[in-house]
Ligand binder design. Structure first.
Ligand code: 6PG
Length: 235
């Protein structure tokens, strides 16, 4: 069976392609609609792309930055996705503070923080679902995406846009966008690199249909950015 994408020979060319495509889409969307609203992925894979974006001449005052998921840790914590993006990009360019929308993490009351972030999203998206200009997603080696982990309650959420999701393997809550809020995006890009993702990617592409076990299976990306290492000989 053929995979729905052409893998990039290496991670560097993939990162270049994501960065170029991001800039192109952002400029086109701002030219058309005056604003570009993007949901960022966390983890380690997109960091280099964020660093590369910091060197570009983008319409920074027209771009709004949101997080598709976050860890339940303070913003200055090593594991914070906000901190990763701030270090890689936000601290290096002149972005109006009102354009940056971190998850208002509340370690003691994640439910309240998730509800608050949903309200923030609903202030920016007035339709029945958030029509993102772009949602960036990664995939874990267990086929999770955003913080929609296998066999977690968050997979079944159909009304809320943003939730606190209890993840037993971390014995902790994660914050995450829900499927309905992801699937309504105009552009959904999967960025997947490295050998560690081979087995999960094979299950997502060719495995039996089981989104509870392989949450990334339910995502219909508009673009796949995958490197040869993540494909191995399977995809
Ligand atoms: C997070 C992410 C998550 C990530 C995958 C892949 O907060 O961890 O948003 O969904 O994309 O876990 O992580 P890596 O890029 O570190 O492999």
């Amino acid at each position: 069976m053929q995979s729905p994408f052409e893998p990039f020979a290496d991670t560097t060319s993939l990162q270049q392609a994501v960065t170029d495509s991001f800039c192109q889409l952002a400029e086109q969307t701002v030219a058309k609609n005056g604003v570009f609203r993007v949901s960022l992925s966390g983890g380690s894979t997109p960091r280099r792309v964020y660093e590369m974006l910091s060197g570009r001449n983008l319409p920074w005052d027209r771009i709004h930055w949101f997080w598709g998921d976050e860890r339940n840790v303070p913003h200055d914590h090593d594991d914070s996705n906000f901190r990763m993006v701030k270090t890689a990009l936000l601290s290096k360019v002149d972005i109006p503070p009102q354009n940056i929308h971190p998850v208002p993490v509340d370690v003691e009351s994640p439910a309240k923080a998730a509800e608050q972030y949903e309200q923030t999203l609903r202030q920016h998206f007035h339709g029945p679902v958030p029509d993102w200009d772009l949602v960036l997603l990664g995939m874990g080696d267990d086929a999770h995406t955003a913080s929609l982990f296998p066999e977690t309650l968050g997979l079944g959420e159909q009304k809320r846009w943003f939730i606190e999701n209890w993840v037993p393997k971390f014995d902790a809550f994660r914050y995450t966008m829900t499927y309905p809020a992801i699937e309504s995006a105009r552009n959904i890009w999967f960025i997947i690199t490295g050998e560690a993702k081979q087995d999960a990617l094979k299950q997502v592409l060719f495995g039996e249909e089981d989104a509870a076990r392989y949450p990334s299976q339910r995502i219909q990306p508009t673009r796949w950015f995958v490197d040869a290492a993540a494909c191995g000989d399977g995809a």
